[in-house]
Design a protein around this ligand. Structure first.
Ligand code: HEC
Length: 379
C-alpha cells in the first residue's frame, strides 16, 4: 500500500482550527476538528489528515474514538499523535480517554478502494460524554478516490487576528484571509475560488500573492486559474466585504476557498469563520437615528435648557456642526456608563417610568435602536 506523508507541520496548525471552537455553543459534548479539510488521492493511496477532539467538559471523556459516518469505499484508521511533533503515539484504532478541559490530537487515514467523487465525509467523534456535532469544513474531510493521478491541494488559511476567524472591519473595509497551498498530488490546472457559506451580503475577491511580500500578483477577481505542478506552492489572499454586520457563528458563518481542477472536481478546500463588517455604530447612528429620530423626537426636551437637561442625554440640535458625531458620543457614553442603558432608553421612548411616550413598542424606531445597540455592544 502506498502512503502519502501527512502534510508538513508548517502547513498544519492545529491551533488554527481548534480555537474557532471557543465560539461554538458551550455544550458538554466533545468538539472536534479535522485539518486539512480536503484530500483527493488515487485508489490505494492513503490520505491523512489531523483531527483533534476537545473535551470542554469538566469530567474525563472516556473511550474517545473516531469512525467515519458517511459511507465511502475507503479503509479507515485513526491513531493518537503528539501535537508538538505530529508523530504517532498509542495504538492504531484504539479509543483513548481525554482529561477534562484538554484535547487529544489524532491522525486519521483513509485509503480509497475505488473511484468516488469528492464526498464530504463526516465522522463520529464519540466519547463517554457524548459525540461532537458534525460541521462541514470543520470536522469533516472532503475526500475523493481516483483511478488516475489527480491534484491534491492541501490548503491552510490564516487570518490577521488568528483563531480561524476573519474579523471584517466596519464601513466597507475589506476583511482578509490568507492561504498557503501545496499540491501534494499531480500537476493540474487549478482554479482557486472563494465560496460564501453564509448568505453573505457583500462580496468576495481572490488574488494570487507573492510568496515573499504577500502582495497581490493580479487585480483581485472572483476566481483565479493557473497551472499547479506537483509539490508546487501558491499563496492567495481573499478579500471579504459585508454590508451588514455578521455576528460570530463559527459553525455557520464561514468563507471557504475551493481549488477546482480543469474537470470541475474539487481538489482542495479550506474555510474560516467570518464576523464583523457592516456599518460602525457611528455610521449606523448617523444614517438612521441622528436625523430620523433624535432631532424630531428627542431634542424638544433633551437639550441644554430643555425639560430633560438634567438627564444624562443632552443632545445638540442639527444647527450645530458635527451634531451627528456629538449625539452619537452622548448615547455611546450613556451606553457605557449606565447599567441597562438599552432597556432604559427603549422604556423611556415607549412611555415607561412616567416618560412621555414617543413611540409604541412595535414601532420601527424601537427595532432601529435595537440594531444600533447590538452594533455598539459588538464594537
Ligand atoms: C417631552 C419631553 C421629552 C421628550 C420629547 C423626550 N424625553 Fe426623555 N426624558 C424627559 C425627561 C423630563 C426626563 C427625565 C430627566 C431627568 O432625569 O431629570 C427624560 C429622561 C429620559 C431618559 C432617562 C435618562 C436616565 O436618567 O437614565 C431616557 C433614556 C430618555 N429620556 C430618552 C429619550 C429619548 C430616546 C427620546 C427621543 C426618542 C426622549 N427621551 C424624548 C423628557 C423627554
Amino acid at each position: 500500500m502506498l502512503t502519502r506523508n501527512p502534510p508538513t507541520k508548517a502547513l498544519v496548525s492545529g491551533l488554527l482550527i481548534l480555537s474557532c471552537f471557543q465560539a461554538l455553543p458551550a455544550v458538554a459534548a466533545p468538539f472536534s476538528a479535522v485539518l486539512p479539510s480536503s484530500r483527493s488521492v488515487e485508489v490505494g493511496v492513503t490520505a491523512t489528515a489531523f483531527a483533534t477532539i476537545l473535551n470542554a467538559d469538566d469530567v474525563i471523556a472516556e473511550g474517545c474514538s473516531i469512525t467515519p459516518s458517511t459511507g465511502v469505499d475507503a479503509a479507515f484508521t485513526y491513531q493518537t499523535t503528539d501535537p508538538a511533533s505530529n508523530a504517532v503515539t498509542g495504538t492504531v484504532n484504539t479509543p483513548v480517554d481525554i482529561a477534562a478541559g484538554s484535547s487529544q490530537s489524532f491522525v486519521i487515514a483513509m485509503t480509497p478502494n475505488s473511484d468516488f467523487p469528492a464526498t464530504d465525509v463526516q465522522f463520529d467523534f464519540n466519547c463517554s460524554t457524548g459525540s461532537a456535532t458534525s460541521f462541514t469544513g470543520i470536522n469533516t474531510l472532503l475526500l475523493s478516490g481516483n483511478s488516475s493521478p489527480v491534484a491534491d491541494v492541501v490548503a491552510v488559511a490564516v487570518t490577521p487576528g488568528g483563531g480561524g476567524i476573519s474579523r471584517l472591519p466596519r464601513d466597507g473595509v475589506f476583511g482578509l484571509m490568507s492561504l498557503a497551498t501545496t499540491n501534494v498530488g499531480s500537476a493540474a490546472t487549478i482554479t482557486a475560488r472563494p465560496v460564501d457559506l453564509s448568505g453573505l451580503d457583500g462580496f468576495l475577491r481572490i488574488c494570487e500573492t507573492d510568496q515573499d511580500t504577500s502582495n497581490c500578483l493580479e487585480e483581485p477577481t472572483e476566481e483565479t486559474t493557473g497551472p499547479l505542478a506537483a509539490d508546487q506552492t501558491r499563496t492567495y489572499s481573499v478579500f471579504i466585504n459585508s454590508n451588514t454586520r455578521i455576528f460570530l457563528d463559527a459553525a455557520n458563518r464561514r468563507t471557504a476557498v475551493e481549488f477546482v481542477d480543469e474537470f470541475g472536481n474539487i481538489r482542495g478546500s479550506t474555510s474560516v469563520a467570518i464576523e464583523g463588517g457592516g456599518p460602525s455604530a457611528q455610521t449606523f447612528f448617523s444614517n438612521n437615528i441622528a436625523d430620523q429620530i433624535i432631532q424630531p423626537s428627542c431634542t424638544s426636551c433633551h437639550v441644554a435648557g430643555g425639560d430633560a437637561e438634567a438627564s444624562p442625554l443632552v443632545f445638540e440640535i442639527d444647527e450645530v456642526p458635527g451634531f451627528r458625531e456629538t449625539n452619537f458620543a452622548v448615547i455611546d457614553n450613556y451606553f457605557k456608563t449606565v447599567a441597562d442603558a438599552e432597556a432604559t432608553l427603549i422604556g423611556a421612548a415607549t412611555g415607561m417610568n412616567g416618560h412621555p411616550q414617543i413611540v409604541t413598542e412595535d414601532s420601527p424606531v424601537i427595532n432601529t435602536f435595537q440594531v444600533f445597540f447590538e452594533l455598539l455592544e459588538t464594537e
